[in-house]
Design a binder for this molecule. Structure first.
Ligand code: NAP
Length: 272
């Protein structure tokens, strides 16, 4: 699978398996194992997802060397607010049964994120994390990081789907050399974006599924994409996206579906 170079020189596979709302235990172990069998080498979890232990088990049982797999986890809001970031990372590593993660993100821009960033820089220098980044940070939040950072954020994981392209923020981040990761790319659990008429017609045109069309749209925008599924055939399908290319007009037409429809909270207005 093609990769993107982070601003610290490390590579991140452009398609990763998301495991938000994938239940701890067999469901997560199976999803991650199926993904690794299908060729994925990038798993996106978070302490908030309560399934890091299962992610770690699946990776170990796969027999694939740890260093061949890119693992992201995130620090949750309470630990950011109270700057208990080091303890949070240590607990995530213990649950994953790993001695480092490839990418560690501040999950949401809650009060205290500047102090949390300074702690993350120190954990990065110590080698407990291969790259540090942000999630759900708007431009003005990133600028607050700029004001205090010695290490530039490697990535910002933000909402993006065809009805909420978030293109302005993506252009800003990519212009700064900050890799962009799209969360809920398929519209999230319970969404209906894949029923969209244009996506259905493009699926027919390319002989692919609407999910594959959306994943490809992200790849061609240079955006890392994290589809979630607990079904083996969908996990395989979501990774089978390297044997076709969308015409530029079609990429633009998907982007033009944007109607500002978020599936999740606005990072400027959330209450958790
Ligand atoms: N940083 C953040 O704040 C944040 C927030 C949300 C998400 N995320 C990350 O982004 C990842 C993806 O987002 P998400 O989990 O919200 O949703 P998503 O990937 O946009 O959509 C998942 C939904 O699509 C279905 N699906 C997957 N592949 C399909 C296919 N080929 N055909 C038809 N349906 C398909 C899944 O069903 P089944 O599982 O039943 O197959 C599930 O209902 C998360 O898992 C997480 O890693 C991060």
């Amino acid at each position: 699978m093609e990769s993107i170079k982070l601003n610290n020189g490390n590579s991140i596979p452009i398609v990763g398996l998301g495991v938000f709302q994938t239940r701890d235990g067999e469901e997560t172990v199976n999803a991650v194992k199926w993904a690794l069998e299908a060729g994925y080498r990038h798993i996106d979890t978070a302490s908030y997802y309560h399934n890091e232990e299962s992610v770690g088990i699946a990776i170990k049982e796969s027999g694939i060397p740890r260093e061949d797999i890119f693992v992201t986890t995130k620090v949750w809001n309470n630990a950011v607010r109270e700057n208990r970031v080091q303890g949070a990372l240590e607990r995530s590593l213990a649950r994953l049964d790993m001695d480092y993660v490839d990418l560690f993100l501040i999950h949401w821009p809650v009060d205290g994120f500047e102090a949390a960033w300074k702690t993350m820089e120190s954990l990065y220098e110590q080698g407990m994390i291969k790259a540090i980044g942000l999630s759900n940070f708007h431009k003005h939040h990133v600028e607050r990081i700029d004001a205090i950072a010695n290490v530039a954020p490697a990535a910002d994981q933000i909402e993006s789907n065809p009805y909420f392209s978030n293109q302005e923020l993506i252009d800003y981040l990519q212009g700064r050399g900050i890799a962009v990761e799209a969360w809920s790319p398929l519209g999230g659990t319970g969404g209906n974006i894949m029923e969209d008429a244009l996506l259905q017609s493009l699926a027919e045109k390319y002989g692919k599924s609407p999910a594959q069309i959306i994943i490809r749209w992200n790849m061609q925008r240079g955006v890392i994409v994290l589809p979630k599924s607990t079904h083996q055939e969908r996990i395989i399908q979501n990774f089978a996206v390297e044997d076709f290319e969308l015409d530029e007009d079609d990429v633009a037409a998907i982007s033009a579906l944007d109607c500002g429809w978020r599936t999740g909270p606005d990072p400027d207005n959330f209450n958790f």
